[in-house]
Design a protein around this ligand. Sequence first.
Ligand SMILES: [Fe+2]
Ligand SMILES: [Fe+2]
Length: 473
Amino acid sequence: MTTLTPISTQPRAMSLPHPSPVQDRDVYQALLEQPLANRELGRDYLERQLARAQDLPCDLPKDARELSAWVIAGAKRTTAAYNQYLTRRKQGQPRRYFANRSHALYFIHAVAPTKLVDGAWLHGVLPRWYDARFQGLARTYLEELGDGNPAQNHVVLYKKLLASHGCEDTSMLSDAHFTQGALQLVLGTLAEDYLPEVIGYNLGYEQLPLHLLITAFELSELDIDPYYFQLHVTIDNASTGHAHKAAQAVLDNLPVIGDAEAFYRRVALGYRLNDLGLGTTAVIEAFDLERELLAMFERKRETAGMVHSDFCRIEGRTVNEWLSRPGQIGEFLGALETRGWIRRHQDPAESRFWQLVQGDRAVMFGVFSPYEQQLLHDWIAGDWLAAQVRPKGPQGRTNFRQWRRPGLALGNAAPGEAVAGSEFDRELTALKAELQGCSDPERLARLIELMAPALHSTPPGLLATRLFRELTQ
Ligand SMILES: [Fe+2]
Ligand SMILES: [Fe+2]
């Protein structure tokens, strides 16, 4: 019988050299792939980030008993500000965040390292699922995992969103884009030593922010599936959702014996970790369409060298010559404009160059991902785009889809049972067989291992989540 190869989380010789390198991206990758082997690396990183957080302002109430009221008041302020935003939009103000679709896709791509480990900071509380003090946090983690239903698993949802626009590759993002994700992974791995900080981080992360509401609204307006963001508006709500549970977790864990004030100070420090790295609005403001377009063409240039025919010359140079050296893309695009291949500030359909890129019969069909096409489209369209009543994507979509049927819209089947003998379900069959031979504590430990941030969105991780829920709730 085939058995599932256990995924070892024991230290291995190949853990990252310590104490360097310690860039955010390295910590992120190390803690995602081998959390236990890289605990010390994570600890160093976390200590440095906590020292940085000391200097940040903190708006938590002085007395932890005021937290529930603080959560409700914060949610009220957010919804009032959102209503103001909606009123202004109705009065004709432009979108606040996203100038166009490529701007919105840039945002979805840039926050991917954080969203792909959504909930990770709570993984470390799972072994204490039976303790009433942690039940709210464990429930929050299970809800981040969609209780093992792929249509509700936040990481699965985000992966699908990225894939539908060709935004999966995060290799070009800066270290600062990985700070929040690295923190989440470290906190999830070191909960035994940093429990107050985990609880404080969770308190900050689970509050309803204004940017979430505006993002969901503007994505929908731009014909981009907002479901991932909408889901968080409801699931993190202040009265019964994650925001409420987060405040309750602080109160449930205030020490009866010992220094409650010191505990709360550590909660407040963990809370401030949320403000490190790049925040949502900083990411949105960093978008520069032309810079992104040029960077995209530079990346393409490295793989497209010499594949073009020398038949056509633009301003005296062949395409291969234009692409032969770095730093010429801007000039090349200028030459295409001069020669009439690109007509800026008009419908891109009128540009010959665009016709080579887009459409089933286009010569360069498949060369550019949907996001890359969108960058080019929006750059060519320029002022013409702003004059359009409805945003228009590369496929000329102008209609709004019905977004509220995630199962169908995202192509998720309901979680099925493994079919014995099917190659598709081999891992699931093996996992079930493996678990049958385990004692109860071994079974729970194995399930928790498979519910780690890197694994819970895989088929065995999703099955493990469903089984964990059945066993514990
Ligand atoms: Fe989430
Ligand atoms: Fe949440």
